[in-house]
Design a binder for this molecule. Structure first.
Ligand SMILES: Nc1ncnc2c1ncn2[C@@H]1O[C@H](COP(=O)(O)OP(=O)(O)OP(=O)(O)O)[C@@H](O)[C@H]1O
Length: 340
């Protein structure tokens, strides 16, 4: 069935980052989900890190774009091109696979059938022998080493760039879940809006993300330093530097954090009591880049009265889980056949 040397791939096709996991090797590609194209010919100028560095800095004939939005494909052709590039990259100089690989791709749990179809088709177009999908929070739970196949409740909150996925898992399936299109990108937008309104200063997406990572906090950022940021003064049109405090940024992030906490609470309210008791024992596990926001674990714990843990390597959990799910590919093949 498999070509000699063919290796299967797990791809975490994220709004912010794309990771490729090769069975038996681990994560071999980890790059931003960004592509830079010539505006007229659509020829690719750069993909990944090189393209991300161009965001907000391109001349008129080049555009740097993120083909994924809110966890789903916003630009089909560019997504396929990006995936093709990363599948090739996964094999670069390593000779990991010779034939076309089977590819497992993660998708948000709130995805529509049409959106899921687009992911499968784009993956095939990118060179997969066949493509299967796994729901992101399920992959995150596998990647965080939660006992997903056992008759016990596990709860995972995966906070990515475009979506926050909350799920209760038991016996190899999602019992109840909640997917909201509010996550890291929304935090960046909240910072941009706050700085524009308060200081009449326009900053770019990359600066906003840097501020969030450097001094962002879900609550009480005691001991976090102020930083200087640069942007364009909306009154004079000239570049300007201002100093902002961690308290201000924490306040700017209030609504986004509240929306994430709310999604966790709503999911808990829908959890059957036996599983809720299991989760009380083992705790809620946070994955995804958003899990690294200072004090987010504390705030969720205070609001839910549950223990909260951050997974080891939260940015890698979905990719690891997507890759590990390849060991159970037959389960996913059956599911794919059922829905086709
Ligand atoms: N230290 C940090 N503090 C806060 N946020 C962070 C930190 N590090 C990364 N992030 C944020 O995590 C997000 C990316 O996380 P991740 O790679 O898990 O998302 P993704 O899988 O690409 O997105 P999605 O799951 O929505 O498709 C970005 O918004 C990034 O800014």
């Amino acid at each position: 069935m498999f070509g000699i040397g063919t290796k299967d791939l797990g791809i975490d096709l994220g709004t912010a980052n794309t990771l490729v996991y090769v069975k038996g090797k681990g994560i071999v590609v980890r790059e931003p989900s960004v592509v830079a194209l010539q505006t007229d010919t659509k020829a690719i100028v750069a993909v990944g890190n090189d393209a991300k560095n161009m965001i907000g800095r391109t001349p008129g004939n080049i555009v740097a774009l993120r083909p994924m939005k809110d966890g789903v494909i916003a630009d089909y052709e560019t997504t396929a091109v990006m995936m093709k590039y990363y599948i090739k990259q996964a094999n670069k100089n390593k000779g990991l696979f010779s034939g076309k690989p089977y590819v497992m791709v993660c998708v948000p749990s709130g995805i529509t059938a049409v959106e899921e179809r687009a992911v499968v088709d784009a993956t095939r177009q990118a060179g997969a022998r066949d493509a299967y999908t796994i729901e992101e929070p399920f992959a995150a739970a596998i990647g965080a080493n939660l006992p997903v196949w056992e008759p016990t409740g596990s709860m995972v909150v995966d906070i990515g760039g475009g979506t926050t996925e909350v799920a209760i898992i038991s016996l190899g399936g999602i019992v109840t879940s909640q997917s909201i299109r509010i996550a890291g990108d929304e935090m960046d937008d909240a910072i941009i809006n706050y700085i524009r309104k308060t200081y009449n200063l326009m900053i770019g997406d990359r600066t906003a993300e840097m501020i969030k990572v450097e001094i962002g906090s879900a609550s009480d950022p005691e001991g976090v330093d102020n930083i200087d940021i640069r942007g364009r003064d909306l009154l004079t049109g000239l570049p300007k530097t201002i100093e902002i405090t961690a308290e201000e940024i924490s306040k700017a992030l209030n609504d986004t954090v509240a929306a994430i906490v709310d999604a966790v609470k709503v999911t808990l309210e829908k959890t059957p009591p036996e599983l809720a008791a299991d989760i009380m024992d083992r705790g809620i596990v946070l994955t995804g880049g958003g899990a690294l926001l200072r004090n987010l674990d504390k705030v969720i714990s205070e609001e839910t009265k549950m223990p909260v843990l951050i997974a080891e390597n939260p940015l890698d959990c979905v990719a690891i889980g997507t890759g590990k799910a390849l060991d159970h590919i037959d389960l996913f093949k059956t599911k794919a056949k059922d829905s086709r």
